[in-house]
Design a protein around this ligand. Structure first.
Ligand code: APR
Length: 232
């Protein structure tokens, strides 16, 4: 049976205490994204970038999944078809809620990457420009996250799933960053029913068949129960 594709954004982790980017007081009002989320910023000041991700890694480690993450794990467990969670988030709250079929299109805060040889390994709690790559020894270690101007991960698998989807849900995302913001168009072209679950209408809400506004911890569990009960 064609499956369900979920796209999640920072809003699903907001009630777990992790910041969003574009809300009032969001991360892009606290930091200059050019300095901390671009390859140029990393080349200019790697210590500043590591400090930024070390702080987010500590926040994420201390956070807990909320009822929205838990509801999606329940959906994956009880839905009779495939459920793929495509997350723009770099935290691990979907996995800690029990979801297994998760792809991180913007990378993973808990993984490290060597910019010299491409080696990946589990990131230490605190990363430092003086860290040497465990494989090649170069002083070129970076968080394994996708910065602005870089190509998101897993796009081929994501588009393949969108073309097969019978249901597409975007949860907690402002619809302001591409290619994720256009996933709804691919799903709609494939004939999927598209639903947006967000605190407020996103920039691409018009592309959805259905939109539910509210806090993710409240509206996602209700939506999951609706989907599962429709399965009989
Ligand atoms: N419940 C549901 N939605 C919420 C909640 C909540 N409790 N709190 C905030 N939101 C919504 C906001 O209304 C907003 O539309 O979540 C959305 C968060 O939008 P952004 O801050 O833009 O985050 P996101 O869409 O994930 O950003 C996409 O941009 O900076 C890059 O790589 C970064 O992955 C990120 C990408």
């Amino acid at each position: 049976m064609a499956g369900i594709v979920i796209l999640s954004g920072a809003g699903i982790s907001a009630e777990s205490g992790l910041g969003t980017f574009r809300d009032a007081g969001g991360l892009w009002q606290q930091y200059d994204l050019e300095q901390v989320a671009t390859p140029e910023g990393f080349a200019r000041d790697p210590a500043l970038v590591h400090d930024f991700y070390n702080a987010r890694r500590a926040n994420a480690s201390g956070a807990s999944p909320n009822p929205a993450h838990e509801a999606l794990a329940r959906l994956e467990k009880f839905y009779p078809g495939e459920v793929l969670i495509v997350t723009q988030n770099i935290d691990d709250l979907h996995e800690r809620a029990g979801a297994r079929n998760v792809v991180h299109m913007h990378g993973d805060l808990f993984r490290a990457l060597c910019a010299a040889c491409g080696h990946r390994w589990d990131a230490p709690a605190v990363m430092d420009p003086a860290d040497a790559c465990p494989a090649c020894g170069a002083l070129a270690t970076r968080p394994d996250v996708v910065w602005f101007g870089e190509v998101p991960y897993h796009l081929e698998a994501i588009f393949a799933a969108l073309h097969e989807a019978r249901l597409f849900a975007a949860i907690g995302t402002s619809g302001s960053v591409y290619p994720a913001a256009a996933f709804v168009e691919d799903a709609a072209r494939a004939g999927a029913h598209c639903v947006e679950l967000n605190l407020e209408p996103s920039e691409v809400v018009e592309a959805f068949d259905e939109a539910r506004q509210g806090r993710a911890s409240a509206i996602v569990p209700d939506w999951v129960e609706d989907v599962l009960s429709a399965q009989g």
